[in-house]
Write a protein that binds this ligand. Structure first.
Ligand code: 0A1
Ligand code: ZN
Length: 885
């Protein structure tokens, strides 16, 4: 299974392909052990390259070649060479020709879940980034775009549903057999990574969408029979996404059909194959009793994300995998905007920044740091990262902030106009933005090429005599692997100045120009911005709406932060002020082994009171108020400490603050709990979900007091729950409690949901996340549970993923037991699914910020891993994490 070699590939070495493939006809006969693939490729020398007699080298992996013909003539073994990973045809004509290959592959043995594989009896494919070569020999690179016609045949009973990309053109029985076929044609040229095929016994949930120009599109979601009643939300989300992309970006859907298939075994969330999106069923299936509000939100945003790829990724695709952010960053940005427009902009922004800070900031600060557009990689599978996705989205957002919504829209229109049907680069995207705005975006390009989170230090000085306020801003971009020195970035910095009574002060620069929207552009290492006509000392609100992905430090005192918590008119910054206040207490409380007094004293009480005021304020959206009741997580605190981290001290400080807040504002929390009870049937709408969020966050803090009456309340909450949101929230809360109710609730949940894999995943996850001195042992027990399987990625994420990312005290146990557990499991998974194993091993990325004992333990486990025979995927992660790659 060892595929590519371990040598890095470099962006600077990009060369266009020697040959182009313009038409593909595939004939696939599905069978579990030997699926037969007949491919007919129309190939021509690339006119832009001096091909002159060069051999044709096709990619191919784990294929059995049965026969090969060129322009109808059979090739003999001397005419070509099959190696692990490639098929070389030594001599091909210098004009267009047709190559026909007949190969087989083994879907049942495909445990990597890349290429053609079986998921609970359903044939499905995953071709991004390099899976198509596991189906047939091909130029498996994104800059080779072809028109595909695909005929699939299979046993009628085993696979009554046969799907591929594009529009259906024919189907029928094969007389005299128990087999049937379906033919699909996709008129839009696409790279091989967007190819997909599905065959199985699936139930169809149909619907229809009429596009802005009046074209009818048949929509279908395919799921395991019996699950049809869990598709309504995904379907509504799809239709909303289609409408939104028309209204906000003028993008219409282009085929006659749009199909979504949900499968149970999938390495990632979902995949945007043209006209045939394949989804992890976790991101499709929802019913009030089986899915939580969080699941509903994820489903809506991933359905939107994959749909939006139709334009940003499919119609305009990437020239090479170094440009991955071109489609991913932009599409994440688009799905975030969709969620913000459909729900609440502020709540969406808070969620997006939480994810950015918890997933991307540590990546950017650790050994795996890479620019949004990496200059090199060993295994592209390892670059589906938070940096490419989430920081990539922030980069698009900054462009929108700089150009304005309208300017950005124009830029995107120009990008589509210029590049529809092409495979392009980040430069092409930024050029379109530069051309519509007339701006020079050269300095902005550094966001794509420089890794590391810029540190932005801001301090405001007020001159009472001159009535001016001077904002001094400096930026430092820390060194990252391979990049010691950095150039200053162009940083959009949104600011406001707030007067003593909470009023927003008009901003006028020293030269008299008014500052529109409070948007400053920081371009130098150090810069001063002066505001005039400021009558009294103001409080600055900095980096409003998180206008750039930077770490901000300010000279604000606790009183000013408290003031912003109450008065900032920027909803993001108002929430951020509360987080900053809490984070400062928590980092002080966790520093150097822990200082519990810091989080149980007067300032903690002030924080609690401020949270009570905001969470009761009925002029604010309920979902927004709920965000205030969620304290920074343990990983957030560790990240802010940034060195000598003792994860037990972090846990201790956070628990103590939760208890303090629970005790301090118990009455308010009780009131919130009671006032926000659900009445009537479940509805996933933002207001109802917001009420449940406030209620569950209040319950969590009440139980943190340790009071038995509150634990009894949680038990009632579990018992009375009429939907999964409340049920799983109560179970999670009870899972941290050392009392018999904990096991009672867990047993009850298991008895009820043991045959529902997605719900059972929640049962596994809750236990893997519960912090206790015996968590590692608990996780070991879960790993040997009869319902556990290392082969199912969702179950692996539920147990191992939840443990390594959601239980930092246990994962970082000072004796190294957590690290050893991860290493053992990853080694086993690496033997059959390297992509999955490498992703799990990413959990070691922050080992260098730990205190010396834990560091030593982590290092020794990493060294042990490095000494083993690993897949290329895991090898890259382990060696880079150790700093020896
Ligand atoms: N393009 C998909 C993500 C994805 C990437 C790789 C996969 O398999 C290895 C699967 C999906 C997206 O952004 O949604
Ligand atoms: Zn994507």
């Amino acid at each position: 299974m060892q595929k590519s070699d371990r040598k890095p590939k470099f962006l600077k070495d990009y060369a266009p392909p020697d040959y182009l493939i313009e038409e593909v006809a595939l004939d696939v006969a599905l069978a579990p052990k030997a699926a037969r693939v007949a491919s007919k490729l129309r190939i021509r020398p690339n006119p832009k390259v001096a091909t002159g007699g060069k051999p044709l080298v096709l990619d191919g992996e784990d294929l059995t070649l049965e026969s090969l013909t060129l322009d109808g003539k059979a090739l003999s073994p001397g005419d070509y060479e099959v190696k692990d990973g490639s098929l070389t045809i030594k001599r091909v004509p210098a004009r267009p020709f047709t190559l026909e290959a007949f190969t087989t592959c083994d879907p049942e043995a495909n445990t990597e879940l890349s290429g053609l594989y079986l998921s609970r009896g359903t044939y499905c494919t995953q071709c991004e980034p390099e899976g198509f070569r596991r189906i047939t020999y091909f130029l498996d690179r994104p800059d080779v775009l072809a028109v595909y016609t695909v005929r699939i045949e299979a046993e009628r009973d085993a696979a009554p549903v046969l799907l591929s990309n594009g529009n259906p053109v024919a189907r029928g029985d094969i007389p005299g057999t128990n087999r049937h076929f379906a033919t699909w044609h996709d008129p839009f040229p696409k790279p091989s990574y967007l190819f997909a095929l599905v065959g199985g016994n699936l139930a169809a949930v149909p619907d229809e969408f009429v596009t802005a120009s009046g074209r009818k599109v048949a929509l279908t979601i395919y799921v395991e029979p019996g699950k049809q009643d869990r598709c309504a939300w995904a379907m509504e989300s799809l239709k909303r996404s289609m409408r939104w992309d028309e209204e906000r970006f003028g993008r219409e859907y282009d085929l006659d059909v749009f199909n979504i298939v949900a499968v149970s075994d999938f390495n990632m969330g979902a995949m945007e194959n043209k006209g045939l999106n394949i989804f992890n069923d976790k991101l499709v299936l929802a019913r009030p009793d089986t899915a939580s509000d969080g699941d509903y939100v994820s489903i809506e945003s991933v359905i939107a994300h994959e749909y939006f790829h139709n334009w940003t990724g499919d119609r305009v695709t990437c020239r090479d995998w170094f440009q991955l952010c071109l489609k991913e960053g932009l599409t994440v940005f688009r799905d975030q905007e969709f969620t913000g427009d459909t729900r609440s902009g502020a709540v969406e922004r808070i969620g997006a920044v939480r994810i950015l800070k918890s997933n991307q900031f540590p990546e950017d600060a650790g050994p795996l740091a890479h620019p949004v557009r990496p200059p090199s990689f060993i295994e592209i599978n390892n670059f589906y990262t938070a940096t490419v996705y989430e920081k990539g989205a922030e980069v698009c957002r900054m462009l929108q902030t700089l150009l304005g919504r309208e300017g950005f829209r124009k830029g995107l229109d120009l990008y589509f106009e210029r590049h529809d049907g092409e495979a392009v680069t980040v430069e092409d995207f930024v050029d379109a933005m530069a051309d519509v705005s007339g701006r020079d975006l050269k300095q902005f390009m550094r966001w794509y090429t420089q890794a590391g989170t810029p540190e932005l230090a801001c301090s405001l000085d007020y001159d009472a005599h001159a009535k001016t306020a001077r904002l001094t801003v400096s930026q430092i971009i820390p060194p990252t692997p391979g990049q010691a020195k950095k150039e200053p970035m162009l940083i959009p910095l949104k600011v406001g100045l707030i007067g003593a009574n909470g009023d927003e002060l008009p901003l006028t620069l020293a030269d008299g120009t008014p500052l529109v929207d409070g948007l400053l552009e920081v371009t130098e290492r150090e810069q001063v911005f002066e505001f005039r006509d400021i009558p009294a000392p103001p409080t600055p609100s900095l980096l409003r709406n998180f206008s750039a992905p930077v770490r901000l430090s300010t000279n604000l005192d606790p009183g000013q932060i408290e003031f912003l918590m109450a008065h900032d008119s920027d909803p993001f910054n108002r929430w951020q002020a509360a987080q900053t206040y809490a984070t400062n207490l928590l980092t002080d409380g966790a520093r150097d082994g822990g200082n519990i007094e810091r989080v149980t004293g007067k300032e903690a009480a002030r924080l609690a009171q401020a949270l009570a005021v905001t969470s009761r304020d009925s002029s604010l959206l309920t979902a927004y108020r709920a965000e205030f009741l969620k304290l920074p997580g343990e990983a957030d605190i560790a990240r802010e400490l940034s060195r000598n981290v003792d994860t037990d001290a972090v846990h201790g400080a956070r628990e103590a603050l939760r208890k303090k807040i629970g005790e301090e504002i118990r009455e308010t929390l009780t009131e919130l709990y009671e006032a926000n009870a659900d009445s009537g049937p479940y509805s996933p709408d933002p207001e109802s979900a917001g009420r449940r969020a406030v209620r569950n966050a209040a319950l969590d803090l009440l139980v943190a007091t340790g009071d038995t009456s509150e634990i009894a309340r949680a038990e009632r909450h579990y018992r009375d729950a009429t939907n999964m949101t409340d049920s799983i929230a109560a179970l999670a809360i009870l899972s941290h409690v050392q009392a018999p109710v904990r096991d009672k609730a867990l047993d009850h949940f298991y008895a009820r949901w043991q045959d529902e894999p997605l719900v059972l995943d929640k049962w596994f996850a809750v236990q893997a996340r519960a912090a206790s001195s015996s968590s590692v042992e608990t996780v070991r027990t879960l790993l040997s549970h009869p319902k556990f399987s290392l082969k199912n990625p969702n179950r692996v994420r539920a147990v191992i993923g939840s443990f390594i990312h959601g239980n930092p005290t246990a994962f970082n146990r000072p004796d190294g037991a957590g690290y050893r557990l991860l290493a053992e499991q990853a080694i086993e998974i690496d033997g059959f699914n390297p992509h999955m194993a490498a992703r799990l091993l990413g959990a070691f990325e922050s080992w260098r910020i730990l205190e010396p004992i834990r560091q030593a333990r982590a290092k020794s486990v990493l060294q042990d891993l490095a000494a083993r025979t690993l897949s290329t995927d895991s090898y890259e992660i382990v060696t880079k994490t150790l700093g020896e790659g």
